[in-house]
Write a protein that binds this ligand. Sequence first.
Ligand SMILES: *Cc1c(COP(=O)(O)O)cnc(C)c1O
Length: 373
Amino acid sequence: MKVPLVDLKSQYQELKEEIDAAVLGVLESGMYASADNVRLLEEEIAASCGVKYGVAMNSGTDALKIGLQAMGIQSGDEVITTPFTFVATIEAIIQNGGRPVFVDIDPHTFNMDVSRLKGAITGKTKAILPIHLFGQMAEMEAIMEIAANNNLSVLEDAAQAIGSTRNRLPCGSWGRAAALSFFPTKNLGAAGDAGMLITNDDGVAERARSLRVHGMGRQQYHYDYIGHTSRLDEIQAAVLRCKFQKLAQWNELRNAHADIYSKRLEDSQIRTPRVQPKTTYHTYHQYTVRHSNRDAFMAYLREHGVASAVYYPMPLHVQPAYTYLGYREGDFPESERACKEVLSLPIQAHLTTEQVEYAADVAMHFAEERATV
Ligand SMILES: *Cc1c(COP(=O)(O)O)cnc(C)c1O
């Protein structure tokens, strides 16, 4: 049996009729940018995340970058985040002239270790950028309290987490703003690059709308800010509106798959994801386990037809591009250890129960063989 990590063709097949009709509708309308599909998608996503505004952009990276700019981050400002994330998180800080300040992760959730947060705040700190990694929300109660006490803004990197909640409150509704990604492989994926900034803040929403079209003001060809070109295409918005109808169901399927893995691997040497309080809804963008002999585990899975991937093999503080920040190997031991031990197993909605059971059995056999040698 073959168990792939991502299979975007099956996702398309499930909705082929609707997506084809929606895309042809856009082509025939002659309205390719900033029209009804984009506006409706913004309204639908914002409502589902419990916020007032959605500002669609052409990637999650742009939503982070423009989000920080709209929140007033500028040259010399420090923004606290973790080194165990996708590189876009810190590009957004640096491309605004800011400086990422890292804190280590909690080894059980891979999210920011909030007990280290206060110690990272300096006179230059302006914002906190927590990541809801792999689809599980960061400890937002503690983060929001520390932010409020220190007068800091919070931008949530919710690129992997649309639909996840904590104490019934959706991701994206906690911070001053949040960035979503609709890259094709995300839980809600377009047929190309796409993203959205969501916020309750009137000023952030207004500035972000302007910044995505060159910083244009209310009057055409009059500019209030130095901006970007980051509109979302109508075709992408049309595809996303079709798939968004299925997102809750797809996230439930991911949870059902996760239950299969977690039950089968419970007593093995493979460490399964720990879901923080019972009130947390994890959307399993990735089902990420840990094993001390990760590379052998990965090879074994591959030999048996089960795909897997390492998110992420190297923490950001030791990446060649970012050595200028002055960090060294050893500075963030939990992030470094995670990079050596993590492995993500197939979890997408379009797998059958049989495929997931097979993958879980292969993983269990590996653990058993290892345990007896
Ligand atoms: C995917 C991702 C992004 C960037 O989103 P794009 O749409 O690919 O630009 C940012 N942060 C995290 C954690 C991501 O996983």
